[in-house]
Write a protein that binds this ligand. Structure first.
Ligand SMILES: Cc1cc2nc3c(=O)[nH]c(=O)nc-3n(C[C@H](O)[C@H](O)[C@H](O)COP(=O)(O)OP(=O)(O)OC[C@H]3O[C@@H](n4cnc5c(N)ncnc54)[C@H](O)[C@@H]3O)c2cc1C
Length: 432
């Protein structure tokens, strides 16, 4: 799936570069400002194409998401995003220089002429400003300082920016002017992308929320600062969900209705009930303890490729850090009978080992073994020596890791060092 998607994206890239190159004649290229204008044109077109891929990566197309996982797609999206933004900025710079050279005027003067004399230039300039603002806000050092909701709202302006720049590309791009067929194909591709985003990011969640009509029926305290929320709904057997997946939950209660947060299912769903188990880490997760029975719940998802479908080998090792036990607990219910899982739960204090009894019972039923490692990280270490003692043949197992991002990063690096190949390592980090 990933290879096929890369192949199609590569083909599209080739077509776009071909379009930009064939739109240029030799005489245009050698004319004053020709080279700069050509660079401006190719960077603009390739930048917009990469922006289209960036949008598709986060459009939540279910079959793609199921294989690559939302976390994986977001990593690709983040890896790709500096490229379209830089190319579009270079497009603005080189095109202005090229036009200024052609008109034998200064760049400052040319900016005024471009804004006043060309259709769609003002909206395109606004779009460029919005894109840069969204791009800067997404730089990790800045993003992590912003409130998640503020960053997300700012990030949404990227869609507005792309919509605003669309007419500019069609009206002025050398590959489009006088080429109605190219205009039509480009418009259809963007329309299909917009339709995909609307259908899968907004339509499908709205449909599922209405169809399943989830309501909170119970909030159960599991430990200090950890609650399980049990929701009742209709026809949950129609929700295509596997153990290990997560949903984005919006509890329609005063004070928190405007936030949707990702939480894994902490048990395999039944046709009537879903359960999530949440540790208090801030205003949303902390607020769930005060949920009132009857509160309506809107859902987005299920998402994630951290499921039994990812399993490649017969046996598996499951490693959960702290509250990462939630996804692991649900995954355990879904593993094939032959897996005989070795389950490791790593927690700092005894009271953090939530759902331990359920985990022990499920592991026993699956013919596996549970190790609970309790203690501060520097004393109760989960290192290569300890892991080898517990699973001498770890390189021949699938390894599932779940928990907060630093735990997942450390464990993935560790099991790689122990010889587990990348395609047998599956992880869900509790941060997107
Ligand atoms: C795939 C996935 C599954 C998860 N499953 C569970 C679970 O089963 N149980 C559990 O207790 N926690 C789970 N989490 C973590 C949980 O989403 C965060 O603890 C929660 O969103 C924090 O929000 P807050 O407002 O309480 O705290 P804040 O103070 O807003 O944030 C605390 C931390 O959570 C991160 N965070 C905040 N909002 C979001 C968001 N919308 N998306 C992603 N990260 C966010 C912040 O970057 C910060 O690092 C999961 C996270 C992910 C990504």
């Amino acid at each position: 799936m990933a290879d096929a998607a890369l192949g199609i994206a590569g083909l599209g890239f080739g077509v776009i570069v071909g379009l930009a190159v064939t739109a240029e004649t030799h005489s245009e290229l050698v004319a004053p400002g020709g080279t700069a204008t050509f660079i401006g044109s190719i960077t603009g077109l390739v930048g917009m194409y990469l922006a289209l891929l960036m949008v598709l990566l986060v459009s939540r197309i279910p079959p793609v998401e199921r294989v690559l996982g939302l976390g994986g797609l977001l990593r690709w999206h983040r890896w790709l995003s500096p490229w379209p933004l830089s190319l579009i900025a270079l497009h603005a710079i080189f095109t202005t220089i090229g036009y200024a050279e052609a008109a034998k005027t200064g760049v400052g003067h040319e900016i005024g002429s471009l804004l006043n004399g060309y259709p769609g230039m003002v909206t395109a300039t606004v779009a460029l400003g919005l894109m840069m603002a969204a791009g800067i806000a997404s730089i990790r050092a800045i993003r992590t300082r912003l409130r998640r909701e503020s960053w997300w709202t700012l990030h949404l302006v990227m869609y507005l920016a792309l919509a605003l720049s669309f007419s500019h590309v069609i009206a002025l791009g050398p590959s489009f002017v006088g080429h109605p067929l190219t205009q039509l194909v480009w418009s259809l591709v963007w329309l299909a992308t917009a339709g995909t985003v609307l259908a899968f990011r907004f339509g499908l969640p709205a449909f599922r929320s209405l169809r399943h009509r989830l309501r909170v029926v119970e909030v159960r305290t599991e430990a200090d600062g950890v609650v399980s929320v049990i929701c009742e709904g209709r026809r949950l057997d129609l929700l295509p969900v596997s153990g290990g997946q997560f949903l984005c939950w919006r509890f329609l209660q005063k004070g928190i209705w405007w936030q949707a947060h990702p939480y894994s299912l902490s048990a395999r769903p039944t046709p009537t009930h879903l359960r999530l188990t949440v540790k208090n880490r801030g205003d949303h997760s902390g607020g769930l303890a005060a949920l009132k029975p009857g509160t309506r719940v809107a859902i987005e998802g299920p998402y994630g490729s951290f499921t039994s479908h990812a399993q490649r080998r017969e046996h598996a090792v499951l490693i959960a850090g702290g509250i990462g036990v939630t996804a692991m607990r649900a995954l355990l219910e879904d593993l094939p009978r032959t897996t005989r899982p070795l389950v490791i739960l790593r927690v700092s204090r005894d009271e953090d080992a939530v759902l331990e009894e359920e985990l022990a019972e499920l592991t026993r039923k699956a013919g596996g073994k549970l190790h609970v490692i309790v203690g501060p990280r520097d004393k109760a270490r989960l290192n290569a020596k300890r892991l080898r003692e517990m699973v001498p043949m770890i390189a021949e197992h699938d390894v599932y890791v779940c928990g907060h991002d630093h735990f997942v990063r450390d464990m993935v690096a560790l099991v790689k060092r122990l010889g587990v190949p990348a395609d047998a390592i599956h992880y869900e980090a509790y941060s997107l």
